[in-house]
Design a protein around this ligand. Structure first.
Ligand SMILES: [Zn+2]
Ligand SMILES: [Zn+2]
Length: 308
């Protein structure tokens, strides 16, 4: 008899939806210009069942929200690869890593020189024959992809496969009509938003904990990897998922933040970065109201906080 372990993760924005904006200032009109979430942007094949509307209590306020369920598995692009197996493997056999705003291909060569890269002789995650230590089972993934990495998985390239957690279901609870709030708030646990393919956008990868154990958990070329808590998720936006083109020059839309505001790519049609972004990576205009722009792939940060 098969025993399916169905882990259900609910990601909701607890306590950020005020029902009434508290400012009538004309200059803030475009901030208060709430654009409702368009559920037809989501790819139906990636969403489990229908997206339903439900009144949800968000810190004492009854708020109309969409409940979106997904297995957080990408279908528009292949997931992986992540870790190379040998120090002579080329960059096509692995994913990417980032440091200080820059993106690096995780080739075998990159792995072999981690001690120089981080100026730390304790980095040696390959063996005499050139093979690289990779977490290549679910058990190893569980032992390595956590803050207190188990001793035997230190000095490893951490790779968890989407298939280990394919029965996990994430439920996103997103206000139908986002409302701008003057003060921003930090993320709770779980996702900060989702792409139109139902894959989660996560807060920054905890690079401190990862690197302290001399482990590295590469993203694939699409900015995603897998952990036991959320399955496949993105830490970087690389243009691999469905985009909604804008009529003007503005960057395309790539998903929604958990507060209901849209997330857009970084660069507009002319290749320019957006101007005057606030501390969360957002700004507003007449067409789109308040919205976010994803950070550059090397930033380890899709958006920095929430304003809804
Ligand atoms: Zn992650
Ligand atoms: Zn913009």
């Amino acid at each position: 008899m098969k025993n399916y372990c169905l882990l259900i993760i609910t990601i909701a924005l607890f306590g950020s939806c005020k029902l009434k904006p508290d400012s009538n200032n004309a200059s803030e009109n475009s901030l208060q210009n709430s654009i409702p979430v368009n559920k037809s942007y989501f790819i139906t094949d990636n969403i489990i069942g229908e997206i339903i509307e439900e009144m949800v209590d968000l810190r004492g306020k009854q708020t109309l929200c969409y409940l979106i369920k997904s297995k957080s598995q990408a279908s528009e692009h292949k997931m992986g690869p992540w870790c190379p197996r040998h120090i002579e493997d080329g960059k096509e056999k692995a994913g990417i890593w980032f440091d200080d705003g820059k993106v690096y291909d995780v080739s075998g060569h990159f792995i072999a020189e981690l001690n120089e890269f981080y100026e730390d002789e304790k980095w040696k995650i390959y063996n005499e024959d050139g093979s690289i230590n990779v977490t290549d089972s679910k058990e190893a993934c569980l032992g390595a992809a956590k803050p207190d990495v188990e001793e035997e998985y230190k000095n490893h390239c951490v790779e968890c496969l989407p298939s280990y957690f394919e029965n996990q279901i994430s439920t996103f609870v997103i206000p139908v009509n986002p409302i701008y709030q003057k003060s921003s708030q930090r993320f709770g646990r779980g996702g900060i938003g989702l792409a139109f393919n139902g894959v989660k956008f996560d807060p920054p990868a905890p690079t401190h904990a990862i690197l302290a154990a001399h482990t590295i958990a590469p993203l694939d070329d699409h900015g995603g990897h897998v952990n036991p808590h959320g399955g496949y998720h993105y830490h970087a936006v690389t243009g691999s998922t469905k985009e909604i083109e804008q009529k003007d020059n503005h960057a395309p839309m790539i998903g929604y933040a958990i507060d209901g505001f849209g997330i857009y790519a970084l660069l507009d049609k002319k290749g320019n970065k957006p101007e005057e972004l606030d501390e969360c990576g957002g700004h507003s205009d007449e067409e789109r109201g308040y919205h976010y722009h994803a950070g550059a792939p090397g930033d380890n940060q899709i958006i920095k906080c929430l304003h809804g």
